[in-house]
Design a protein. Structure first.
Length: 417
């Protein structure tokens, strides 16, 4: 009798394990497939807009509250993105330290820059960003004076374009995370109607673990996402949490989002926490916004623009208006291409010094006064060539020395003979 009971229990345990494993495998695959299916609605094309609020550090030094209006259009292969400052807190004077950015002018005023406009573009031909920074100086008495604007454009191949702003919006919507999941390892169903999912995956170049809370009733929206990198598996690497539910046609979207791209929402650094709101209307892909983003990045060439062209190696950094001035001064007759890489051997003056910078395409730069590489002057003479005045002096000196040498040799020969 005891042997029968043991035999029966063994069969039950094995059966439970087998059926349990099969049920989990089915649940895990269904969860990932449902995420991909709902994400595909957004991959086919949409346009969203809203506001972005948070504390930003100008020059990694001066904290101010900034509110921006943003708009994203995306269809899986193309991206157009625009953000502009709506309002911001008045910055206050802080003295730069050894480990902070910012600099003082000769009058002791602090120089800072605020990113007031940002375009992102990703297309079939190329990709890149165009950024406008408002440069300000702050007196020790907290007087603020705008001194001008700096403009930078970075152009990349189509496959290496900027993606941080696009990912921020998509993840805030609770979408597109299925792209970053390799394998679902655990599925649980809490009592609140959401599904708790653990999955192995990645975030950029980092491999690690995703912890997700998904609401199937809201078109499988990811309500809460945390990523733990393998290099530091106990620390939250990034966190996104949304709330509210609005249906706009076939799109189910949240109303409000909190996110931190560099740590946890609770207990993280204040200047890394952002609050994003989403307008309740989702539209189809916006061709006009996409074309405007393309023009801003690859075609328009406003004054005082610095271009970082990463489509050539080494990276070419130049100012179109300065290059045009040099061409005019030198009497050169050529056309500077705006939507193609500039040939350093043809379009640029021979002997021009070109420098490279180390950066990533989706790296968010807060202030070009500190983090942008200095631009080498165009048409600079090679280091081994002297200026025209000194070259003439050396030439005259060489002629005198040669003449003296000839006279000396002739006298030496006459004495010897």
């Amino acid at each position: 009798m005891m042997s029968f009971i043991r035999y029966y229990l063994t069969i039950c345990i094995v059966a439970c394990l087998c059926f349990g494993t099969d049920a989990f495998a089915q649940d895990a695959s269904e969860v990932l497939e449902n995420l991909k299916r709902c994400d595909s609605i957004y991959e086919s094309g949409f346009t969203a807009s809203g506001t972005l609020k948070g504390v930003e550090k100008l020059c990694r030094l001066v904290p101010i509250e900034v509110e921006r209006a943003w708009k994203l259009t995306y269809d899986g292969g193309r991206t157009g993105y625009l953000s502009e400052v709506v309002k911001h807190e008045k910055p206050k004077f802080l003295k730069p330290g050894r480990h902070t950015g910012g600099s003082l002018n000769k009058d002791g005023w602090l120089l800072v820059g605020l990113r007031t406009k940002h375009w992102d573009y990703c297309g079939e031909d190329s990709s890149g960003s165009y950024m406008v920074d408002t440069v300000m100086k702050i007196s020790p008495e907290n007087d603020v004076v705008e001194t001008g604007k700096s403009r930078d454009a970075s152009i990349w191949p189509a496959t290496k374009g900027p993606g941080s702003n696009r990912r921020t919006v998509l993840w805030s919507l609770g979408r597109s995370l299925s792209k970053y999941i390799d394998e679902v390892t655990d599925v649980k169903e809490p009592a609140d109607g959401r599904i708790a999912v653990s999955a192995l995956g990645k975030r950029g170049s980092l491999k690690g673990r995703w912890e997700l809370e998904i609401e199937p009733a809201a078109a499988w929206m990811v309500r809460h996402a945390r990523f733990y990198a393998d290099v530091n598996p106990e620390v939250i690497n990034c966190e996104i949490k949304n709330s509210g539910t609005v249906w706009s046609g076939s799109y189910c979207i949240p109303e409000k989002v909190l996110f931190n791209n560099n740590g946890p929402i609770d207990g993280g650094k204040q200047h890394e926490l952002r609050e994003l709101t989403i307008d309740p209307v989702i539209k189809q892909f916006d061709e006009e916004l996409f074309d405007a983003a393309k023009r801003a990045v690859t075609i328009d060439r406003p004054p005082n623009l610095t271009i970082h062209d990463h489509r050539v190696s080494p990276t070419l950094i130049f100012k179109p208006d300065r290059l045009a001035d040099i061409a005019s001064d030198k009497g050169l007759d050529y056309v500077i291409s705006n939507d193609k890489p500039v040939d350093a051997n043809k379009a640029a003056v021979k002997g021009e010094k070109v420098i490279t910078i180390a950066s990533r395409p989706d790296e968010s730069v807060t202030n070009p006064l500190v983090q942008s590489a200095p631009v080498a002057p165009l048409a600079q003479r090679p280091w081994y060539l002297l200026s025209e005045k000194w070259a003439l002096f050396v030439l005259v000196l060489a002629v005198i020395i040669a003449g003296c040498a000839c006279v000396f040799l002739s006298k030496f020969k006459s004495r010897k003979s």
